[in-house]
Design a protein around this ligand. Structure first.
Ligand code: FSO
Ligand code: SF4
Length: 549
């Protein structure tokens, strides 16, 4: 069948090889084409800004934000709005054209930096620039691995920017890395080195966001999060942007409208600053992919601050709002740039006309084990390890998703020996965070650090434990890595862990389709990356006497 599009950036890609007719995520061929073009013109702009920096010129925050916004909007299931994509292609070309005359040496710039045609020419151009335009499969694989890592890094940078944190070095890398993916002179070895460098900046990006979040909202602390509902209308907030949540909480105070979190917004309840809001009731539902049922029964407006958007049902489409880099055609968009106050009055008025949410569950879950909280418990944790009460930590961070095979993670968590503790972050936790796995000497067996970006916390914890136990190598710790991935933020988390020297990471439920056999081989040979097997086999692999020796 003829390809109408080609995208293989996420775990759910069709047939584990590529979406060619329509995305499994719901992305249509015309949106896919415009996202390809948006990524390409952003690379063209990045080549210009990289050359300008080389020539000693400064690049404005406005341009940096444009690059990260563009990339964030092309992450899996973030933005499905064709008009928005077209508009951003136009704006990006306009900025590139504005900056181009400032470049003294234009000799090394790629063709796309000069491309300046109107909207009618967009579809034809898009058809020439997608993933498959790189013929060599290893070069293509590395270019995409770097691009997807940078997409994830852009998302985290954008969240830090929303809290008025900037890091010119990270932005300069993002643009240099993007420009390098258009450079035909780079060898495979140079691209592998750039992949590792992407991981290095992934660590910096997550550290920047961690600092921004904790400075604004305090250090996450052990918290019980209510799963039930109250008898008042509510607004459900999903995605990852804490600044949006803060603005909404401020504006809903005293209005009689409650606020609930969904999916990756759950960890907001762990921050001290959000505890002062009486109307911040709890978490509603589960991971992103269950949103069709859960948004329907919520009854009130939903605010998607980022991905992951599932094609909305007609029954609640008029209640779904987007903001930031998220977008869906037909859903109302709440504008607001970095530093601007967003106006959520439309959602609040909408909520007042709605019924209260239908209760899905009752009870509480416990979370808030980011680095400061775990390090505050360090003595307890170290004693438990020394006494043998805790034999292993299992990092099960990452994403959840629709694939049937992901039931592995629930079964794996259930099958773990009682003397193991799960360290988690990201929406992967919904596969096992309500199983009541108990405690070891007062330490819960599931320690949730927060969102996917808070995987940074898990790295900080590991490095601290290495120091406490006087080990030379982080891989000598009793930690197993069994990570689930879905989209490109997981790619930057993975590259960051590799940069920190973590080896033998198991990645599932399937390995990325964008890894060519040769690139996969490098990851296997140099880093011991592996997939997952059956729960039974993996239990033997991790917990047989030989593995524990
Ligand atoms: Fe999940 Fe979606 Fe947070 Fe991702 S909600 S899948 S890796 O956006 O970023 O963990
Ligand atoms: Fe397919 Fe994933 Fe791309 Fe969507 S983001 S089109 S599901 S590969």
């Amino acid at each position: 069948m003829e390809h109408k599009m080609f995208c293989f950036q996420c775990q759910e890609t069709a047939g584990c090889s590529g979406c060619t007719q329509v995305g499994v995520c719901g992305k249509t061929a015309d949106v896919a084409a415009m996202q390809d073009l948006l990524v390409e013109v952003t690379k063209g702009l990045s080549a210009v800004t990289t050359q300008l920096r080389k020539e000693g010129q400064e690049v404005s925050a406005e341009i940096n934000h444009m690059v990260t916004w563009n990339l964030f909007s092309t992450i899996t299931n973030a933005n499905f709005d064709l008009d928005v994509m077209v508009d951003h292609v136009k704006r990006t070309i306009a900025q590139t054209q504005r900056l181009l005359p400032l470049v003294k040496d234009q000799g090394a710039l790629p063709e796309i930096s000069f491309w300046n045609e109107g909207e009618q020419a967009f579809p034809a151009k898009a058809a020439t620039v997608g993933v498959l335009s790189t013929a060599n499969e290893d070069v293509r694989s590395l270019r995409e691995l770097i691009t997807y890592g940078i997409k994830g890094l852009s998302a985290y940078t954008k969240h830090a920017n929303a809290l008025l944190r900037e890091d010119e070095e990270i932005d300069a890398f993002i643009q240099r890395g993007l420009a390098a993916t258009l450079d035909d002179s780079l060898t495979v070895d140079e691209l592998i080195a750039l992949t590792m460098e992407t991981g290095k900046y992934g660590v910096s990006g997550m550290a920047l966001l961690d600092e921004a979040n904790t400075a604004a909202y305090g250090n996450p602390e052990i918290s019980k999060v209510n799963l039930g509902v109250r008898n008042r209308p509510g607004i459900l907030v999903s995605g990852h942007d804490l600044k949006d949540l803060e603005m909404l909480l401020e504006q809903t105070q005293g209005t009689g409208v409650d606020v609930y979190t969904h999916s990756e917004m759950l960890p907001a309840h762990y921050y001290p600053a959000f505890k002062k809001y009486d109307h911040f009731v709890g978490n509603y539902g589960n991971a992103w992919w269950q949103q069709q049922q859960e948004f329907e029964s919520f009854n009130g407006p939903i605010l998607m601050t980022t991905n992951c958007i599932v094609t909305p049902r007609d029954s609640y489409k008029d209640r779904m709002y987007t903001t930031g880099a998220a977008g869906y055609p037909g859903c109302k968009y709440i504008p607001g740039e970095v530093g601007e106050k967003k106006d959520f009055s439309a959602l609040i008025e909408h909520a007042k006309r709605c019924q209260p949410p239908v209760q899905l569950e009752t009870g509480e879950i416990v979370g808030g084990f980011a680095h400061a909280q775990v390090l505050a418990l360090a003595d307890q944790v170290v004693d438990a390890v020394k006494s043998g009460a805790i034999k292993k930590f299992v990092v099960m961070a990452g994403c959840d998703g629709r694939a049937k095979r992901r039931s592995y993670y629930t079964d794996f968590a259930k099958a773990l020996p009682q003397d193991t503790v799960i360290l988690t972050a990201g929406c992967a936790k919904y596969r096992y965070n309500k199983l009541d796995l108990g405690e070891i000497g007062g330490i819960p067996r599931v320690l949730d650090a927060g969102q996917c970006n808070d995987s940074y916390s898990l790295a900080v914890i590991a490095l601290k434990l290495k120091e406490v136990f006087g080990l030379e190598d982080v891989n000598q710790l009793p930690i197993i890595y069994n990570i689930a991935w879905y989209e490109q933020k997981a790619v930057i988390v993975l590259l960051s862990l590799l940069y920190l020297g973590v080896k033998n990471i198991h990645l599932g439920p399937t390995l990325p389709a964008f890894l060519s056999p040769n690139v996969a081989k490098v990851l296997v040979e140099q880093f011991g990356i592996a997939g997952i097997g059956t729960v039974e086999d993996d239990m033997k692999l991790f917990f047989s006497e030989a593995a524990l020796a």
